[in-house]
Design a protein around this ligand. Structure first.
Ligand code: AMP
Ligand code: MG
Length: 314
């Protein structure tokens, strides 16, 4: 099993040494734990796809220290820069035109002429990025299609010896993946709902977001994803005898997303509750309705994919 180390000068240094050697590490971020490697090292990046069993048409997010490092790899329109200024460091990924001279490996971007990039806010991720000095490619640290990890233990359980070191930054403060926003000139298209809500983005830009149309739909946004081990029933108010119930607000459960109906708390607990349901080993899982507003939209997006994924798997 991998070393799971608390965040110290020493463990950060070990993590950076592994990255410099083309290795993979488990890295905490404010969204979920990442499986991180040097974004400019093709062999190292190939390791991510192999370990996760992730299809290579599904591009990875490159993580940077901030706008300055990002500008070496992506072209920022004034609107793109305004979003970065407003939300970085933080859980917003921008999809932008990739610079030809960028050293980021084509495997990271699935050979597209765009790149997905963000500056994470978690202090351990920031320290690693600053010391490493280069962009880090990092998808979530779980086998492709399974639940996203929000604790170091989830990473160790899911990936086992495929990583030698996991930095333990505690439970992820947000617990949901970043929002993915593609900027084309002065237009913003929402590719994936996430930790930064549509309302936040529209308030910052002063204009409504555009939907991702067929032409610019994000690759890798698979309908079946985040699959728990048992079938998942959505919008449930009362569980059947063989269901593990995940409650919210006034609807009680074996595990609670948030007793007070708080969406932020529910986002933080989402993958944890699903992992708990897996561990309980019931024949089925049910989850209470979540309001379709603010963070609730991203939570419902993950739940719908989890429900589809759980039907698709044996
Ligand atoms: P994950 O690493 O699983 O959080 O997924 C990152 C997601 O970002 C991918 O599944 C894509 O949907 C999206 N993405 C990454 N790069 C690009 C890109 N160049 N163009 C459009 N979407 C992208
Ligand atoms: Mg993922």
């Amino acid at each position: 099993m991998p070393d799971v180390l608390p965040i110290t000068e020493d463990s950060i240094e070990q993590a950076v040494a592994i990255l410099k050697n083309g290795g993979l590490i488990g890295l905490p971020t404010e969204t979920v734990y990442g499986l991180a490697t040097d974004a400019t090292d093709g062999e190292a990046v190939a390791g991510i796809f192999a370990v996760k069993n992730r299809p290579t048409f599904n591009p990875l997010i490159s993580h940077v220290t901030g706008l300055e490092m990002a500008k070496a790899h992506a072209r920022f329109s004034p609107l793109a820069e305004a979003f970065a200024e407003a939300f970085w460091p933080g859980p917003l990924t921008l999809v932008l035109p990739k610079r030809r001279e960028s050293a980021i490996h084509p495997l990271v971007t699935a050979s597209l002429d765009t790149i997905a990039i963000r500056a994470p806010g978690h202090s351990a991720a920031r320290q690693v990025l600053h010391r490493f000095g280069r962009p880090i490619a990092a998808p979530s640290a779980n086998p492709s299609g399974k639940l996203s990890p929000t604790r170091a233990r989830h990473v160790a359980d899911g990936l086992r010896d495929a990583v030698s070191l996991i930095l333990d930054g505690g439970p992820c403060a947000i617990g949901l993946e970043s929002t993915v926003l593609e900027i084309r000139g002065e237009r913003a298209h929402l590719l994936r709902e996430g930790a930064v809500t549509r309302e936040d983005l529209e308030e910052a830009s002063g204009a409504p977001l555009l939907e991702a149309d067929e032409r610019i739909r994000s690759p890798g946004q698979l309908l079946a994803h985040y699959a728990p081990d048992a079938p998942l029933r959505l919008n449930a108010t009362t569980p059947t005898d063989d269901e593990f119930m995940i409650g919210f607000g006034l609807i009680d459960g074996d595990a609670m997303l948030s007793s007070s109906g708080n969406l932020q708390e529910a986002a933080k607990n989402l993958f944890d509750c699903l992992a708990e349901a897996n561990a309980a080993g019931t024949a089925a899982i049910a989850v209470a309705p979540i309001p379709e507003k603010g963070l609730g939209r991203a939570i419902n997006d993950r739940l719908r994919r989890a429900a589809t994924g759980s039907q698709a798997s044996p």
